[in-house]
Design a binder for this molecule. Sequence first.
Ligand code: C2E
Ligand code: CA
Length: 559
Amino acid sequence: MRSPDEPAGGIAVAAVVGTVAVVTPILTSIYLARLEGVIALKAQVRQSADEILRHTEESAQQNWTAYYMLKDDHLRPCSPAEIDLMRSIDMASPYVQAVGRIEADTLLCTSLGTTDPIPLGPAKIKTENGVDARTEIRLPIAGNHPLNILSKDGLAVLYDPMLFLDIPDEGRDISLTVFTPSGPHRNSVTLTDAAVQPEWQKSIPKGAESTFVDSGYIVSATRSRVADVEVVAAVPMSDATRYERQFAHILVPVGLLCGITLVWATLYVVRKRLSLASILRAGVRRREFYVEYEPIVELATQRWVGAEALVRWRRGNRTVRPDLFIPIAEATGLITGITQCVFEIVARDLPMMIAADPKFSVAINLSMTDLGNEETVALIQWALDKSRAQPFNITVEATERGFLKGDAWRSVVAAIRERGVVVAIDDFGTGYSSLALLQDLPLDRLKIDKSFVDTVGTDGVTSQVVHHIVELAQSLKLGLVAEGVGTEEQVQFLRERGVQYAQGWFFGKPMPVTKLCDILSARSGKHEEVAEEDIPLRGALANPHGDQPTLASERAAQS
Ligand code: C2E
Ligand code: CA
């Protein structure tokens, strides 16, 4: 049956996924560009603060050198010889504007030449090294340019704080403060920009740095390890947009490309699914399916007591495996048509199998949709009537997913079991079914998934799982079928633990009904012409005279 909503639904999903696929990478790249912009600006501000601190330290170094040279000169203060020495110190120190002598807050003489004493007034700042600092002193002998004066032991060094700030600003709106962190009031030694807020001038440990965002500014503070000085640099966050744009130029096209690729991939998958769905629909209409039967063996006797019907899709001269189309059939509702097809084929084949062995039972896979559909019960009844079979000639199996969703399956399963048809849980252990759920399931049989059977004989932790599943099934009085049995060792292991039935390539691969019936007939002596190579040495012919158990008798034993 066609599901009218399916293409529209698919396109709607594709449209939503497509929009999300385009918008998400673009928004992400804008966000990343913004983030990168802030990170880049933080690094820039920190670098500026570091550079200014380096200038300040160099200046401090030159100041101390000048101080010690004058302190130890043994020349008469302000004598021509000392003025000459002062000049040579001045010339050798790029950050030093002048050196001189000071007494009672008065500048007596400087390297700029002797003048009348110049009163300076008291120093407002005292550093931890006992240095007096005066800021923004304008002296006619220095062209009235604002200078800072540091003095100690009657010796003075005059310098221009603006020289510290000589860093490439690259058009940034940078605000700076250089201050003495040890001072009681954290006095600014060089200059304070109005934008620098007092709370940013925190005293941090020597040699430390701290970069943070506050009041719309990126602020970086760094304190010298050697000098009593700390630098605070601040730049408005709005400056980050320049970097943001730089990153956006790279990231947004990348995001756009990712988005387009995602949309393309989504459309590709959706189109493929839609086209596969429409081909599948045509396949259902044209009944392009056939069934192969994989023998199910009773382990105690090694006799073929049943077979699992496995659907195949014939597309031209290719066969499509059920793993590829069953999920699409389930998603599109086409599974109902396929299940119907399988029942029709089984109803046609069953009389042949029953003729070879009246107690033979065919296991049919039901999907999640079938399990919630009351019509499945009618379909089973129809197949029984059509093939003149007994209820024990049909078994149904469904994966645990089918039992997890909703409650609709309960009445369907109950009605199937009421008719005497065995219900098995398929691929047990691969889903999420809990012990509690299993106890609650009205089932007859449990199929141990191949993945667990594969672990038999290995040391892995999962090898214990088979053991637990067997115990679980036995405590719940469920019949057991092991799937995907491939070795003698597995057969022995399962038999020793009381697993009744098994299937897998060890016993026989899925085969056409004719071959299956030939082997069954040969075994019961009804059909002698079966080719020698078609008769497996193990399985059907291994124990030709044993009692034939029925799958239905298993149910009787349970009740
Ligand atoms: P399943 O029900 O677990 O079926 C067993 C699968 O394992 C089959 O694959 C079978 O051929 C394979 N198998 C069995 N023994 C061995 C072994 O010893 N070694 C290996 N390597 N494989 C083994 P297949 O036929 O490809 O079926 C795959 C799945 O498709 C089935 O898993 C079942 O879930 C689904 N399926 C098959 N037929 C139908 C059907 O008619 N209706 C529905 N709804 N699903 C079906
Ligand atoms: Ca199955």
